[in-house]
Design a protein around this ligand. Structure first.
Ligand code: NAD
Length: 523
């Protein structure tokens, strides 16, 4: 029946976070468009997978060349839409992607190759085993706004080189950067339907999960991740979930205060604190506590907050009002419960709507929201500890487990502690940079997620593992087939002794008892 009720298409806007100016408006991909895109991807994928992997690697090489050529343009597009300083866009986004491409160019061929799987058991010696890696088919990537280029691109490159088609649903706040990625990939030789961007909001993402896809790689908040895990479980869709973090930094009594305080300040405030691997909790040995705090405050007060395109700017705006309100709430709660505010603690309204002053809080406790929930803003909360054991207890007292760092002049001591911290990554004497180490797996434990991206293990997430077994004696019936009887049972006992008994005598007797097992008459 015709109706004059018009169902308005949902829209999302790309907004410059510093000035609030609307850069572009998009209609969200509808459910029909989502399904059509997935069908196109499915139709295009077999031909892409059938190409020799070296040809796909050549496409990555071309992508890398073009990205290097357009590095400044891409960095500026990221800055315009996400608000981070251009220098940060170059280091934490463009550099990360160029190196992820380098890793895959150098390693994808041998990592994706069939792998012989020799058998140890005598019973299966006459078979040749192989591991075969097959692409899933259609891989969907749903990504956040905080690293709008490096997160979806590193995942996309791994999925593509493994022979998958990719449908990317970027964050509704950073659609334009995703479209830059699309044009780079197309110009490098990736066919239209092999990589598609579907602009939209959460509902577009949800429609994708309910469409006929083969794997989902999701990066975002724990709340959305849990919803996605439930939807994925209903249809047993394999998923990688890269979720939030509350990364602890442990500054031991022998740490270099100057170096560690610089790391804390950068680790807490880069990208205005909107980094999953940010230093979100800082624990300092009481003997260094006040000295460390003074160093952090001095360095924090020197940071230049401002226009993201000004080359002197250290910290730009936050992404939007909602994120800023969480920061305000956490800081207010901490101060109300007795934390000392040593720097910042307020908006900088004269710069624009979304600027928050880098903030240092001392004497925080685990009863405060700022030490339990992800803040995702420019705040460095610091707390003292008295022993390594206590620091460890504090570090592990969290629902999150993405990354952590230990600061000490004694690397062996740092490593000992690192092994006891519940996290996907622990760095000794560094923060955050693990994301840029293309060989290193990235991912968390506990509420921080499931599965890994980056490096060898990230590539493994993009393939189904098939075990291929070829029997080398096709004309022979297997020993364990029908035609059982008392004699066979005795022979089998002998065979088990022959293979697994500890004493030489028992093994020899077992060998004698099992003689004739091959010649046994089978059905
Ligand atoms: P978010 O969960 O709000 O959104 C992430 C993506 O999911 C967006 O594209 C969004 O449109 C989509 N989405 C929302 N609802 C959906 C639904 N029901 N079904 C399918 N898709 C849906 O997260 P955000 O605010 O964009 O990103 C910030 C969060 O991401 C932080 O918690 C941060 O720690 C986390 N993060 C984690 C990593 C990591 O590698 N572990 C990296 C970056 C960011």
């Amino acid at each position: 029946m015709a109706t004059n009720l018009q169902i308005a298409a949902r829209k999302v806007s790309s907004i410059n976070p510093a000035r609030g100016e609307v850069l572009r408006e998009f209609e969200c991909a509808s459910e029909c468009e989502v399904q059509a895109a997935v069908e196109r991807a499915r139709a295009a994928q077999p031909a892409w997978a059938a190409i020799d992997v070296r040809t796909r690697i050549a496409v990555l090489r071309e992508f890398q060349r073009r990205l290097l050529e357009k590095k400044s343009e891409i960095a500026e597009a990221i800055t315009r839409e996400a608000g981070k300083p251009v220098a940060e866009a170059l280091t934490t986004e463009v550099l990360v992607v160029l190196d992820a491409a380098r890793f895959l160019i150098e390693n994808a061929y041998h990592l994706l190759r069939d792998e012989p799987l020799p058998h140890g058991s005598l019973a299966t010696k006459l078979k040749r085993g192989q591991l075969v890696r097959e692409p899933y088919g259609v891989v969907v990537i749903i990504s956040p706004w905080n690293y709008p280029f490096s997160i979806p691109t590193t995942e996309t490159l791994a999925a593509l080189v493994a022979g998958n088609a990719v449908v990317l649903k970027p964050s509704e706040f950073t659609s334009m950067v995703a479209l830059e990625l699309q044009s780079l990939l197309r110009s490098a030789g990736v066919l239209r339907d092999v990589f598609q961007v579907l602009v939209g909001d959460g509902a577009t993402g949800a429609a994708l999960i309910h469409s006929k896809i083969d794997k989902l790689v999701f990066t975002g908040s724990v709340a959305t991740g849990k919803r996605i895990a439930v939807a994925a479980a209903e249809r047993l869709l394999p998923v990688v979930l890269e979720l939030g973090g509350k990364d602890p930094m442990l500054v031991l009594d022998d740490a270099d205060v100057d170096v560690a305080s610089s790391a804390a300040v950068w680790g807490a405030f880069m990208n205005a604190g909107q980094t999953c691997l940010s230093v979100e909790r800082c624990y300092v040995h009481r003997s260094l506590y006040e000295k460390f705090l003074s160093a952090c405050v001095e360095k924090t007060n020197k940071l230049r907050v401002g226009n993201e395109f000004d080359p002197d700017t250290d910290v730009g705006p936050m992404i939007h009002e909602r994120q800023l309100q969480i920061v305000e709430l956490h800081v207010e709660d901490a101060v109300a419960r007795g934390a000392r505010l040593l720097a910042g603690g307020m908006r900088i309204r004269e710069l624009g709507n979304n600027f928050y002053k880098p903030t240092v809080l001392a004497d925080v406790t685990h009863e405060m929201r700022i030490m339990g929930e992800e803040t995702f803003g420019p705040v460095l909360p610091v707390m003292a500890f008295d022993s390594d054991e206590e620091a460890l207890r504090f570090a592990n007292d969290s629902e999150f487990g993405l990354a952590a760092s230990v600061w000490t002049r004694d690397n062996a001591r740092g490593e000992r502690l690192a092994r006891q911290i519940h996290a996907g990554t622990v760095m000794v004497n560094d923060v955050v940079s693990c994301f840029g180490i293309s060989e290193a797996p990235h991912g968390g434990v506990k509420s921080s997620g499931v599965g890994r991206t980056h490096g060898r293990f990230g590539l493994e997430e993009m393939v189904r593992l098939k075990y291929l077994d070829v029997d080398l004696m096709p004309g022979m019936k297997r020993v364990w087939w029908y035609g059982y009887g008392a004699a066979f049972a005795r022979q089998m006992e002998g065979f088990l002794d022959f293979q697994f008994a500890r004493g030489l005598g028992t093994r020899v007797r077992g060998a004698l008892r099992s003689a004739g097992i091959m010649a046994r008459k089978k059905l």
